[in-house]
Design a protein around this ligand. Structure first.
Ligand code: NAP
Length: 472
């Protein structure tokens, strides 16, 4: 133990910069990468995740039939192979470890916790049985330990999906696709079983704005259009653009491609496939209608688009209503961050207030020393996985600017073993990266025997048993 009080430059051989990353999803991994790539500073990084295993939304968000996207994990494995990286899974900030503990053991903290809950629609009937968030459905079919016991009623012919982002596309595709096509993926087996028994034949997607404002990327909507045994139906009147929207096509490539594709689709008309996906544009739900506590339909209003002061086209109700009968409804209108104990939070936007990744106290407007933020909890729930690379890089730049010229002594708590002793003194057993590598192999092996890519562990107790570790 070194407790001499001698100060050395922070980030030097004698006094490495010690960083804690809270959250082992993509933004956390890109931050670790940006830190460990630095040749001019010696940095040690410990990553904590409330879940026992790493990769956040790549494991629990990316759809099981999008394994090409999950291949990004190979890069994260390379980052994790650095001896200056450690992973502590099953350690929750605010439960097993607190801000003060991290401050005692580390020089800097990065919050990379993503956006854990969903945005609300704030309309009557939102909480009826049969009305679900897309976020819980996605977590459920991906084997997220918190959602294993969720139940989804797929016993009705029509399901409605509110919102037209890429998450809505994932939910629609999983509902529409033949379960046989999903069987060889890493989808949770209980989800596959439910999907095999599904009666859903029609999925109505409600987009509150028009084709030029769709949040989905062309690849995702085209994938729906290409599904075997499924017709993508769009009404020609819905695709027609107002003059202002037409103008945006000149500069917005995604909008141009989407509009062109949807226009072509609208001309095909309804087909004769056993299932169909009906994209209804310029429609907002105003009420989810219930019968005996269960969803029986959704009342929608047709919108017109009006140009806002910022120049954006916003939806406005036209006063024309209709009711779509349905028994199941998924709200896919975006994720929303939740606060961390003791850390500033902007409730309206669901983010930690920050300047270029430096946490800011909203009351004083001052930067909070030693605390940083990356990913969705920094900028809100937007962008693709790769967007986090630049975003995390920006935060790491700020972190390294902040330690310039600083010296520090090495306290006992900052010895690498100290955090392990601290965690061992807690009730929660933690999992390391080598534990994860063992589980990873076991999942792949078990999957192989079942003819699928992997069979995920979904219960902490099973993971601990496989690793021969004691549970709580
Ligand atoms: P998103 O892209 O922000 O889409 C949210 C959708 O909900 C938009 O269509 C939005 O319409 C609509 N919406 C919001 N509030 C609404 C309301 N009150 N009533 C009706 N509709 C409402 O969010 P997301 O789909 O959750 O995706 C999050 C991020 O993850 C995105 O960047 C997405 O691209 C990414 N992602 C990517 C993939 C992939 O690459 N395959 C897969 C999943 C997610 P407005 O546009 O009118 O606000």
């Amino acid at each position: 133990m070194n407790n001499s009080g001698t100060e050395y430059p922070l980030g030097s051989e004698q006094r490495p910069l010690r960083v804690a990353v809270v959250g082992a999803g993509p933004s956390g991994f890109y931050a670790v990468d940006a830190l460990l790539r630095r040749k001019d500073v010696l940095i040690e990084v410990d990553t904590f995740d409330r879940l026992p295993v790493p990769y956040g939304l790549v494991r629990f968000g990316v759809a099981p039939d999008h394994q090409n996207i999950k291949a990004i994990i190979k890069g994260y494995e390379r980052i994790a192979a650095n001896p200056r990286f450690r992973f502590f899974g099953n350690i929750q900030f605010g439960r097993d470890i607190h801000l003060g503990d991290l401050q005692a053991h580390y020089d800097q903290i990065i919050y990379a916790v993503g956006a854990e809950t969903d945005r609300r629609l704030n309309i009557p009937g939102e909480m009826l049985s049969g009305s679900y968030t897309a976020t819980e459905f996605v977590a459920w079919y991906n084997g997220h330990p918190d959602y294993v016991d969720s139940r989804f009623d797929l016993s009705h012919e029509r399901a409605v999906v509110v919102g037209m982002g890429n998450v809505a596309m994932d939910v629609t595709r999983i509902l529409a696709k033949s379960p046989d096509e999903l069987a060889a993926t890493d989808i949770a087996d209980y989800a596959l079983e439910t999907l095999r028994a599904s009666k859903v034949r029609e999925i109505v997607i409600l987009g509150r704005r028009g084709a030029a404002q769709a949040a989905f990327t062309p690849k995702e909507i085209k994938e729906i259009g290409a599904l075997e045994g499924v017709d993508l139906v769009v009404d020609p009147a819905d695709v027609a653009l107002d003059d202002e929207s037409e103008k945006t096509l000149e500069t917005d490539r995604q909008a141009r491609t989407n509009v062109q594709y949807l226009t072509e689709k609208s001309q095909e008309g309804p087909g004769a496939s056993p299932k169909n996906v009906h994209l209804r544009l310029l429609r907002s739900p105003v009420e989810i209608i219930g019968e005996n506590g269960y969803v029986a339909g959704v009342k929608i209003e047709r919108n017109v688009l009006v140009k806002s002061e910022s120049g954006e086209m916003r939806p406005r109700g036209s006063g024309e209503f209709e009711t779509i009968p349905c028994g199941t409804l998924f709200r896919s209108v975006g994720y929303h961050g939740i606060p961390l104990q003791g850390v500033p939070f902007d409730q309206a936007n669901g983010v930690i207030p920050n300047e270029r990744g430096r946490v800011v106290d909203p009351d004083s407007g001052e930067v909070v020393r030693g605390q940083y933020v990356v990913g969705w909890i920094k900028r809100g729930p937007t962008g693709l996985l790769g967007t986090n690379k630049g975003d995390s890089g920006e935060t790491v730049e700020a972190m390294l600017e902040d330690i310039q010229g600083q010296t520090a002594a090495m306290r006992n708590e900052q010895e690498p073993d100290a955090i392990e002793s601290f965690l061992k003194s807690k009730d929660a057993p933690y999992l390391t990266f080598s534990d994860w590598k063992e589980l990873d192999l076991l999942e792949i092996e078990k999957g192989e025997a079942m003819g699928k890519i992997r069979q995920k562990f979904v219960h902490l107790s099973d993971m601990l048993e496989a690793l021969d570790k004691e549970g709580r």
